[in-house]
Design a protein around this ligand. Structure first.
Ligand code: HEM
Length: 430
């Protein structure tokens, strides 16, 4: 890759090419198995998901996300997932189209006086505005920088802790720990502020008002079937921060990598622009269905650059993957990035070919292509994210052309797969 720097992911790919589909690494006392094999993936995510729990990285994530949907397990997770599900039903998601389009238009207008930007920052701002408006009926646009900063510090710490053998306890007043605690305090301020505001609105307007219609409203109205108790403020805070984190960085990265790939493949970009012309500025679901190429471009881009590049699990009991013993307590990492480029399962895996997702190939095997994970812990926001990515791409491509304005990005893992330099681009108004 350019500039002599390499992504850790290409190193992992070389391990797989050299040692086979299951690579066994020892990190101090911990055994880590990396796999890219579809059978192993199906085994861990679907057929045998009960034998694999949340690993230590999720425990680190839980330091700041608490027990939200992403990090919780068992009965609490089941209950919360059931409560959250209706906020992501197809009809609800279709209703988000207007919110997404509105935020997209605002972003495009804000580019009027700019000639360059960091695409990562722009995508982060807009996806944060969308998730907060759609799920909590509030606008976090003005908090975007504070949240971005706090999340970067927190995720950096999670990442560092996940790959270190010894970690200083959180209560020690080291500079890093203080910095991290500051980031958590900032996120707390934002989350509790949203909750208090909404409680006041619902008290004033009543539970059956508009205000109880979105995810936050549903959580606030929910009562425990056994105890009749409302959800605690702490649980609400955990769910809110989880949605903020899981619901914007991922989609932002999917968009950045899609634009990156379009810039590297002008023939794909040209075809996409022509097809998008046909729907004009209409981004309704019916209209988007007339541009199937758009969805395949996003799918193919998430194949090459999955925003969540690997899924980590903890073996809860002794098991086996392809004849190799997996002792209880081992970490199994399903390396999405490498599975999506597996030479035995993908024709010409390193090439960007959206047509591989077209027509009869539309539903590729879930154990071979799983940008949203799989099994019971499948991403709850997958349809939301796909709609959001399609609408924002239509908005951006109809108004602007992009050119690289700096080094080409190298993928860097910070829980999600980010471009190392935020991908600076020149904005050329059409
Ligand atoms: C392109 C965008 C997205 C990608 C690639 C993505 C990817 C993923 C993946 C791989 C998981 C599974 C993690 C695991 O099993 O270890 C996941 C879970 C989750 N995602 Fe997404 N996601 C995206 C967008 C969203 C959005 C828009 C939301 C919410 C608005 C969201 C909310 C969640 C939540 C709450 C979970 C945890 C679900 C559970 O365990 O029950 N995600 N996501």
């Amino acid at each position: 890759m350019q500039s002599g720097r390499r992504s850790i992911l290409s190193v992992i790919d070389e391990y797989f090419d050299g040692y086979g589909d299951l690579v066994d690494i020892k990190l101090g006392p911990v055994r880590i198995f990396l796999t890219r094999n579809p059978e192993h993936i199906r085994h861990c995510l679907q057929e045998n998901h009960m034998s694999y729990g949340r690993s230590i990285s999720y425990k680190f994530l839980a330091y700041f996300l608490g027990q939200g949907l992403l990090t919780s397990e068992g009965e609490l997770w089941r209950k919360q997932r059931r409560l959250a599900q209706p906020a992501f039903h197809r009809q609800k998601i279709a209703g988000f189209a207007t919110i997404i389009a509105g935020a997209g238009d605002e972003m495009i207008s804000s580019w009027a006086n700019k000639t360059t930007c960091s695409l990562s920052e722009e995508m982060s701002h807009v996806t944060l505005a969308i998730v907060s408006r759609a799920l909590f009926g509030t606008d976090l646009k003005n908090e975007s920088e504070a949240i971005g900063r706090a999340l970067t510090i927190a995720l950096d710490e999670v990442n560092r802790r996940s790959i270190s053998i010894v970690n200083p306890p959180m209560f020690l007043p080291t500079a890093r720990n203080r910095n991290y605690r500051g980031a958590v305090a900032e996120m707390d301020r934002i989350a509790y502020g949203i909750i208090e505001n909404r409680k006041r609105t619902m008290e004033a307007q009543g539970d059956s008002s508009e205000a109880s219609n979105d995810l936050l409203g549903m959580f606030l109205s929910a009562r425990d079937a056994d105890t009749g108790e409302a959800m605690s403020n702490k649980q609400l805070r955990d769910e809110l921060l989880t949605m903020i984190m899981a619901g914007h960085e991922t989609t932002a990265n999917a968009l950045v990598w899609t634009i990156y790939l379009l810039l590297k493949h002008p023939e794909v970009e040209a075809r996409l622009r022509t097809e998008i012309e046909a729907i004009d500025n209409d981004v309704s679901l019916e209209s988007l269905a007339r541009v199937p190429y758009l969805q395949t471009v996003i799918e193919e881009s998430m194949r090459l650059f999955p925003p969540v590049p690997g899924l980590e699990r903890l073996a809860l009991r002794d098991g086996e993957l392809g004849g190799v013993k997996i002792p209880k307590g081992s970490v199994v990492n399903l390396v999405t990035y490498s599975a999506h480029r597996h030479p035995n399962f993908w024709d010409d895996p390193e090439s960007f070919k959206p047509e591989r997702f077209a027509g009869a190939n539309a539903s590729l095997r879930r154990d071979q292509y799983f940008p949203f994970g799989g099994g019971p812990r499948l991403c709850i926001g997958n349809h939301f994210a796909m709609l959001e990515a399609q609408i924002l791409l239509v908005k951006m491509l109809r108004s602007y052309k992009f050119e690289f304005a700096g080094e080409e990005p190298i993928p860097q893992i910070q829980v999600t797969l980010r471009p190392h330099n935020g991908m600076p681009v020149r904005l050329i108004r059409l």
